[in-house]
Design a protein around this ligand. Structure first.
Ligand code: PBG
Ligand code: ZN
Length: 323
């Protein structure tokens, strides 16, 4: 009798079919959310230099663009507005005719089945570029919560399916939940950017969103080195009534995704952010890596770490390639 002294892992790798049926982590279009930038002032598509292949969508072309995404198989988008009506607090975000509301209503009108997640923040709508109300050089937590509630109600009334607060204010979920419920919107879910790091990987997004920010967000977003606190942040949002949680960025924080996956039963998202996108795009453009394979590997790894949904600028490419 031949007693094995080691296991032969290669047995299950011998053919493509064997490898495929034994794959553990897989993703489909049901798992991907496409973040989009909608510019209320642009007359044509504006390329984002630091994000090759990504464009700001002129608001006038939003409907046709969404129809194209829907035909390609995109199930969900996260909306970011490029505002030309900025002020000190981001008043436009809670106007019935403001950009946040218009993005949701225009999309839902042409694509009722598209899941619209409304990024709920102020930084694209404030003259200082911070994610909330600034007083004496500081972002005021509780004053920002009041405005978050107003924006969430406006977005939900305009048709947004999901409210996704990204301000990194303490209490953001509770404030939004209370405001939604008080306005009869108890069925609108809150998908919180619950663990959000003050990451250098947001660089290209600032160009994409025409951010006015000088300085940084380290007084409200998390220290990238803090793993225990990362779990506390997400559990705090769960306790406030969040319907789903998120880790952002994703690729450099797979340990955090795994920790949170094991600490909660809520759905979990991972946001492959603009800098992660840019690193892959520019490395591929230099012929250093195979773009399609690295895209699949990086998104698959976020899934494997424990994310159910992945926010990625590659979603449209993947949809167009039939995944
Ligand atoms: C702002 C916001 C940011 C992103 C999403 N919402 C940037 C920031 O916090 O400065 C980053 C997305 C990306 O880099 O792709 N609330
Ligand atoms: Zn913000």
């Amino acid at each position: 009798m031949n007693i094995p002294t080691f296991s032969r892992h290669r047995r299950l790798r011998r053919s493509p079919a064997l490898r495929e049926i034994f794959t553990e982590a897989e993703f489909s279009l049901n798992d991907l959310v496409l973040p989009i930038f909608v510019d209320e002032g642009a007359t044509d598509f504006v390329p984002i230099k630091s994000m090759p292949g990504v464009f700001r969508i002129p608001e006038s072309k939003l409907e046709s663009e969404i129809e194209r995404y829907a035909r390609a198989g995109i199930r969900s988008v996260m909306t970011f507005g490029i505002s030309h009506h900025k002020d000190h607090v981001g008043t436009d975000t809670w106007q019935h005719a403001g950009l946040v509301a218009r993005m949701a209503s225009r999309i839902k009108k042409v694509a009722p089945d598209m899941v619209v997640m409304s990024d709920t923040c102020f930084c694209e709508y404030t003259t200082h570029g911070h994610c909330g109300v600034v007083h004496d050089g500081e972002v005021e937590n509780d004053a920002t919560l009041v405005n978050l509630g107003k924006q969430a109600v406006i977005a939900a009334q305009a048709g947004a399916d999901v409210i996704a607060p990204s301000t990194a204010m303490d209490g953001q979920v509770a404030a939004i939940r209370v405001a939604l419920d008080a306005n009869g919107l108890m069925d609108t879910p809150v998908f919180s950017y619950s663990t959000k790091f003050a990451s250098a990987l947001y660089g290209p997004f600032r160009e994409a969103a025409e951010s006015e920010l000088k300085g940084d967000r380290k007084a409200y977003q998390m220290n990238p080195m803090n793993r225990r606190e990362a779990v506390r942040e997400s559990l705090a949002d769960e306790a406030q009534g969040a319907d789903a949680l998120m880790v952002k960025p994703a690729g450099a924080y797979l340990d955090v995704i795994r920790d949170i996956r094991e600490a909660t039963r809520l759905p979990l998202g991972g946001y492959q952010v603009s800098g992660e996108y840019a690193m892959i795009k520019f490395a591929a453009a230099a012929d250093a890596i195979d773009e399609s394979r690295v895209v699949r590997e990086s998104i698959g790894a976020i899934k494997r770490a424990g994310a159910d949904l992945i926010f990625t600028y590659f979603a449209l490419d993947l949809a167009e390639q039939g995944i």
